[in-house]
Ligand binder design. Structure first.
Ligand SMILES: [Zn+2]
Length: 98
């Protein structure tokens, strides 16, 4: 079982979330050749260790999150909102707490 510390709702069971995919993908421009789009959409590394993932808190705050999770141990190293503006707010607050 994976327990995910949602920054808005607190720690919740992963069954409240939907996996969104690899968060490290950089998608090509809309007018890029179809081969680039094919590679971005269908070719994935099968990472054994820490990777960035997107998760949707469907049965909670409904926010998209970026989670750094170890695929071997399921340890979660970091969680932040996927929205860059919200993520920046959380970073500002965490710096103020220190
Ligand atoms: Zn939440």
């Amino acid at each position: 079982m994976i327990r995910i510390p949602c920054p808005f709702c607190g720690t919740r069971d992963h069954s409240e979330f939907t996996y969104g995919g690899d968060a490290s993908i950089t998608y090509p421009a809309l007018d890029a050749p179809k081969e680039e789009w094919h590679d971005a959409v269908f070719l994935r590394d099968n990472i054994c260790g820490p990777q960035l993932e997107t998760w949707h808190h469907v049965h909670g705050c409904r926010m998209w999150l970026v989670i750094e999770r170890d695929t071997m141990t399921h340890e979660i190293m970091s969680v932040r909102p996927a929205n860059p503006k919200l993520s920046a707010l959380f970073e500002d607050n965490s710096e103020a707490d220190q």
